[in-house]
Design a protein around this ligand. Structure first.
Ligand code: URA
Length: 758
């Protein structure tokens, strides 16, 4: 049936969807099904009354199969049918006739119809116009329903919609004062004046590993872009460039100026490598600061721009013009960063995370830059040897695979693997959890291998593993000095754990996932005259759980030292210590792990390879022994229900926006121990970094451990005391003070380290 618009045409807010769904078609009312419920929720939270809005759709009839593509002549949705074309025109005509204060296109089709732009994720939150009427697009509620982490983003947009619905006027435009294509004198004069500005944002643009231009912003409208390189030539004479770089270095050395950047590590590595420039007083990295308050949200500058400024989306500018466009874009980046920083500061204070940002995240930036710039030496001979051996293993395994199945197969080809698994072997089809699509990815193959002990599946898994080792670690591009580098990301995870990827120049790789043991780590070697020291937080998360849950029996076990898992196994299996088998010890270890993460009996049983009933029985026995752990799980659940926000003992805070359910609860249970352990180690880095004796260097952070290099003749006692002093940081949880001990190892390659003897 035709679903007409609902509400008064003189409403201040118009909500425009795409087309009716099943429920709407049945009831003749727009947005009355699942998507409508999400929409209602968003409206309530943004304090908008639905009865005071006009709600309509671009198409007023339900397309067959709910597929809006039906209203197009072609698959790429470029050519609308006459019916769609007429409705698009009609909606725009109605907007111009009735002039609401804000029109809200919900989803991409409505965006296309109202403002003729494409890409809802780019344009959402922007204040656009249709015949002089304000238009603020947002994500379609049905999409929010499918991907619940869009909810807070949509809510930001609805709050803006509410605010803008109060008047028909567009917000006062920005009166941008951008200095573009400046003369040498203008550059020098502006750099001089910037010394007197309290807050200055900066941003570089790069191409081919060169700084092409650098921008500075000192208000939400004032900026300069200084060109450095154009095409393949320097923009300035040699003498001018020397003077400009000197003036830039001088400016960044000024401790009175508070500098701001988005993803400062990128810019600061370039500035240090190319010009020897050190940014003395970085005041805020907007990306990291934002992540401190909203770890679950996107943190790109385009996203910050859509939330904290009233500027429309501008991020596709660089591809659209010559150098002037790039310079303007560079200025825009700096003013958007500047304006966002001022808003983020207020939010950090309101949310109570300012101190955490300053003392933890912010102070980590410099040591991480230093580690990234330094890199680690690679034994090139060893690397070739490892490669040769792995290639040989891969060939042997492939040969065995082909002989076993009787034809060639590329285990890395999704198409070939799907055909092989589901058509040839007729195994049950595996689907991607998020998309529902048929998949033959790593998880699918592993799930099948667990269920069917088919040796062919094990061969496939082994071949894929070898290929991954080769491509991720052995064949990655090293830098010219034969070192491998990794770029650390402070914003890569929701828990605050660091993530890593290739360096800012695209060399190296993620060094945080390297498997333990000599195979790959053996090629990492210290510089001449040095040896490696590895500092590892011992059984850190399990200890955290013992104190967070106030489970004193478990605390005592850890405090006594010794082999905790063996002792635990002796308690669980009611056996004298001497009779505990290796298998029982391993089970006890996995039980601790399962309880730390609130893992259920089925997953636990599958993980350790026992039946579900046995798994349930063991978990129950564990929780009976340590009842406080289960109570702590409940406390987390209650807190999550009450505030949806958890705070770690070090002050990190996270609001959980996800959909309520067992997955969310498990995530919440794991959050505090996981976050605290990585924050604790990082705090050790922050404390040790400025106090490193000459020649001592921090080289890598790998989740629970840190790799340093120190001269081989350094006194082991000194090394021991230094590491203990800076990395064993007392924590206070439920008024109890405890320390997670650090294990210190020493070695001449990263794969072969032994206990440091003092
Ligand atoms: N989706 C839409 O786009 N409109 C509706 O009315 C319902 C679902």
């Amino acid at each position: 049936m035709r679903v007409k618009g609902e509400g008064r045409l003189d409403s201040k807010i118009w909500l425009i969807g795409e087309a009716p769904g099943k429920q709407e078609d049945l009831k003749g009312k727009p947005f009355c099904g699942g998507a409508g419920m999400v929409l209602n929720d968003l409206l309530i939270r943004a304090k908008i009354k639905r009865e005071e809005c006009y709600v309509d759709n671009i198409m007023q009839t339900r397309p067959p199969g709910n597929d809006f593509g039906h209203f197009y002549k072609d698959k790429s949705r470029k050519h609308p049918t006459d019916a769609l074309f007429e409705r698009q025109f009609e909606v725009r005509r109605m907007i111009k006739e009735h002039r609401p204060n804000v029109v809200v296109p919900l989803g991409n089709e409505a965006l296309k119809a109202v403002v003729m732009k494409d890409g809802i994720m780019k344009w959402r939150g922007s204040i656009l116009g249709c015949g002089g009427v304000k238009v603020i697009p947002t994500i379609h509620p049905a999409m929010v329903m499918r991907q619940y982490d869009f909810f807070p983003i949509s809510l930001f947009d609805f709050k803006r919609i509410k605010e803008e619905s109060l008047t028909p006027e567009f917000p006062r435009g920005y009166r941008d004062n951008f200095i573009i294509n400046p003369t040498f004198e203008q550059v020098m004069g502006t750099l001089d004046v910037l010394h007197k500005q309290p807050y200055v944002s900066f941003d570089i643009e790069t191409a081919g590993k060169q700084i092409v231009c650098i921008g500075f912003g000192w208000s939400k409208e004032d900026a300069i872009c200084i060109p450095i390189f154009y095409s393949t030539n320097s923009w300035w004479s040699e003498e001018e460039e020397i003077q400009i770089v000197r003036a830039i270095r001088h400016l960044f050395a000024n401790p009175e100026v508070n500098f701001i950047a988005q993803n400062a590590q990128f810019d600061m590595v370039y500035l240090a490598d190319k010009w020897g420039v050190e940014v003395r007083n970085l005041w805020m990295d907007t990306m990291i600061a934002f992540h401190t308050t909203y770890p679950e949200l996107k943190k790109g500058l385009d996203f910050l721009c859509s939330i904290y400024t009233k500027r429309p989306y501008y991020k596709d500018m660089p591809g659209t013009g010559g150098p002037t466009t790039l310079w303007e874009y560079n200025c825009l980046d700096t003013v958007v960063t500047w304006e966002s920083a001022m808003e983020i500061r207020k939010e950090l204070e309101e949310f109570g995370t300012m101190e955490f940002y300053l003392n933890h995240s912010h102070k980590l930036i410099k040591p991480l830059i230093q580690m990234q710039r330094r890199g680690v030496r690679i034994d090139l001979v060893k690397r070739r040897e490892i490669e040769k051996n792995l290639v040989k293993d891969e060939e042997d395994l492939l040969d065995r695979l082909h002989r076993a199945i009787g034809h060639p197969l590329n285990p890395n080809s999704p198409k070939q693997m799907k055909e092989f698994l589901y058509e040839e072997l007729k195994l049950p089809i595996q689907r991607n959890r998020a998309t529902g699509n048929v998949t033959a990815d790593e998880n699918a193959i592993e799930a099948l291998a667990r269920r069917y002990s088919n040796p062919v599946l094990s061969l496939i898994i082994d071949i894929r593993k070898i290929r991954k080792l080769l491509s991720t670690y052995i064949r990655v591009e090293l830098d010219e000095d034969g070192r491998i580098r990794t770029g650390y990301q402070l914003t890569g995870t929701v828990t605050g754990r660091l993530s890593a990827r290739e360096s800012v120049y695209g060399t190296g790789s993620n060094l945080q996932q390297i498997p333990r043991g000599e195979l790959i780590r053996g090629m990492f070697i210290p510089d001449k005259g040095m040896h490696f020291i590895n500092a590892d937080l011992s059984q850190a998360e399990a200890r955290m759980v013992a104190y967070l849950s106030q489970e004193e029996r478990l605390q005592r076990l850890f405090e006594r030292g010794g082999d905790v898992h063996k002792e635990n196994a002796s308690i669980i299996f009611k056996k004298p210590l001497s009779q505990v088998s290796g298998e029982e010890r391993q089970l006890a270890k996995t039980l601790i792990h399962a309880s730390n993460y609130g893992i259920g009996p089925r997953t636990f049983a599958r993980y350790v390879g026992i039946g579900e009933n046995e798994g349930r029985d063991l978990l129950n026995r564990y929780y009976t022994l340590y009842p406080r752990i289960k109570m702590w799980h409940r406390e987390i659940e209650m807190e999550l229900k009450r505030t949806r926000t958890l705070i770690t003992p070090l002050g990190r805070k996270r609001t959980f926006f996800g959909r309520w359910g067992p997955d969310l609860l498990r995530e919440a249970i794991a959050y505090i121990p996981q976050s605290t352990v990585s924050d604790l180690l990082n705090l050790g880095i922050v404390r040790a970094f400025p106090n490193l004796p000459p020649q001592w260097e921090l080289l890598m952070q790998v989740h629970d451990s840190v790799l340093l290099q120190v001269p081989v003749d350094a006194d082991p006692m000194h090394v021991y005391k230094f590491v203990k002093h800076y990395f064993e940081i007392p924590l206070i949880v439920h008024r109890k003070r405890f320390v997670i001990p650090i294990e210190i190892k020493v070695g001449m390659n990263w794969g072969k380290m032994e206990e440091l003897r003092v």
